[in-house]
Each structure stands twice: as C-alpha cells, then as structure tokens.
Design a protein. Structure first.
Length: 289
C-alpha cells in the first residue's frame, strides 16, 4: 500500500480494501535518503494497526540495497541503509523487513553470497535488541541476483547465524518461485518443492509470502509480476499455498499491478487490488475441482 500522506494512511487504505495484513515501504523505495519518522506518526501508525485490526505489518527494504556488491562504497551504503530500514521498522512495531539478498555483479556467486552474509552480520550485530526480523526474499534470479535457489538462501543464513546473529527468516514469492524453476503446478511437484525448502532452509523460517502471478514462464528467471490468474503460476498453485496448513498463520500480501491512475478512483480501494483479493479468497474457500 502507498504511504502517501503518512504511514497511518496506508493502514486505512488496507482496511478499506478488506485486508487483514499489510506491506509498506517505510521510505521511498528508489532513494537512499529517508525523512525522519516523528513520534506522533509512529504512535498514530501503531494505534491504527490495532484499531483497524490490520496486523502484522511488513516493510520491504529499498531496491537500491545490494549487500552482495563488490563495490566497497555501495556495499557500505547498503549496510547503512539496511540498518536504517530495520530501525524504522522496529520503531513502528513491524513483524519483519523483506530484503532482496543482493547481486554479485562482476564477481562470482560464491563471493557474492559471502559478502551478503558478512553484511547481514555487520548490521544485526549493531542491533542486538531489535524485535523486527530480517526476512530474505526468495528471488527470481534475474541477471546476477542471488537468492533464487534454496541452496543459496541456506548458505547465506547458515554463514550469518554461525557468527551469532539472531534467527533470520524467509519470504517466499509465488512469481519468483515459478520464474526460478520451482514447480508448484501439481500436488506432487508442490510437495517436492516444499521438501527442497525444508532440506536447504527449513520451512519454519518462512514468515511471510508474496502472492503474485508471473508474466514470464516457468524457469525464465525473469521477474515480472502479473494479476492472479493471468500468468504462468496457475490457480492450482495459489490454492495449494493458500490451503497449506503449514502456512495458515503467515501474512500473505499482494505485489500485483495497480489500476491505471487515470481511471482509478482518487479515494477508496484500488479495483485491481479488490479483484486479486477476491480471486484469492475464492480459491481459498472453494474445493479443488
């Protein structure tokens, strides 16, 4: 949800749309600088989450952050920015900060994974008392992006936690899973994917799920989100995720396209959000044909 007009407005927008949970950027996703959050805004946000019963809430970290970069200046800036993201989320009482692990760019996968783990250790060691959890997002694997295999995610988490960090969580994304080559298309293939997740990362680490369809086909490693039912994920895959008893208590959020701003109402729910939510809820509440 947009935070235009202040973070409490995002909670009101989520409630008006019929959401039970919410994900926000606590600052502009495309800028390093963040405006300070006042005590009044923090209190109003926390109160709105309780009064409107929209909780838990997640934050998504800035897309500029790249802990895997070989560039020292960018890596240092990324660590500082991630720390600020965690501090803001902790002040707001959020469940977690979702982070794309990073890209190795001109170096190797192994070097990139090591740099990401080192960055996480550096940031978390400075915040021993934080309550907000760091959630690594499983990615589609576009370009040199890391985190598109469960083995990569497990390697990052194991290396960081071996050096004494608090537990690190995981955010799954249905678009990214399919684009990265994880099959959710049948009961058997879904079970195999969940078995791989358990083997390399641990299902208990999953703390949130993004429900998005994929414009790009299976195994393409192209990250393009689509409306539910209009891409390559398949409605059966969404039903399996929605009805998996292991995920019933997790927050699940949409990152699907919004309506055209020229035709969408100035106030009130986005019609595309309503359509996607309704389709998911129908899948969740109707038996598998």
């Amino acid at each position: 949800m947009s935070i235009a007009g202040g973070l409490p407005n995002a909670v009101a927008r989520a409630h008006a749309t019929g959401c039970d949970t919410l994900q926000v950027f606590t600052k502009s996703s495309g800028q390093w600088r963040a405006r300070p959050l006042s005590d009044a805004e923090i209190e109003a946000f926390r109160r709105a989450c309780v009064d409107l019963d929209v909780q838990p809430v997640l934050a998504h970290a800035s897309y500029l952050i790249n802990l895997g970069s070989p560039d020292d200046a960018l890596r240092t800036r990324s660590r500082t920015a991630l720390g600020e993201e965690l501090d803001r989320a902790d002040a707001l009482g959020l469940l977690g900060v979702v982070l794309h692990p990073g890209s190795y760019t001109t170096t190797s996968e192994a070097e990139g994974l090591a740099r990401i783990a080192e960055g996480i250790v550096a940031v978390l060691r400075e915040r021993p008392d934080r309550r907000t959890m760091l959630l690594l997002e499983h990615t589609a694997g576009q370009g040199t992006n890391l985190g598109h295999t469960f083995e990569q995610l497990g390697a990052i988490i194991d290396a960081a936690e071996a050096r004494g960090t608090p537990p690190i969580g995981l955010c799954l994304d249905t678009c990214h899973l399919v684009a990265a080559g994880y099959d959710l298309g049948s009961d058997a293939s879904y079970a195999r994917t969940m078995a791989e997740l358990e083997l390399h990362v641990g299902r208990h680490r999953v703390r949130a799920i993004h429900l998005n369809d994929s414009k790009a086909p299976f195994g393409s490693r192209v990250d393009r989100h689509a409306h539910i039912g209009s891409g390559h994920v398949g409605l059966g895959a969404f039903r399996r995720v929605l009805t998996d008893p292991r995920f019933q208590t997790l927050p699940m959020v949409l990152e699907t396209p919004k309506a055209d701003s020229r035709t969408a109402p100035a106030d009130g729910p986005d019609p595309m959000d309503l359509d996607n939510l309704n389709r998911l809820r129908q899948l969740m509440n109707t038996p598998d044909p």
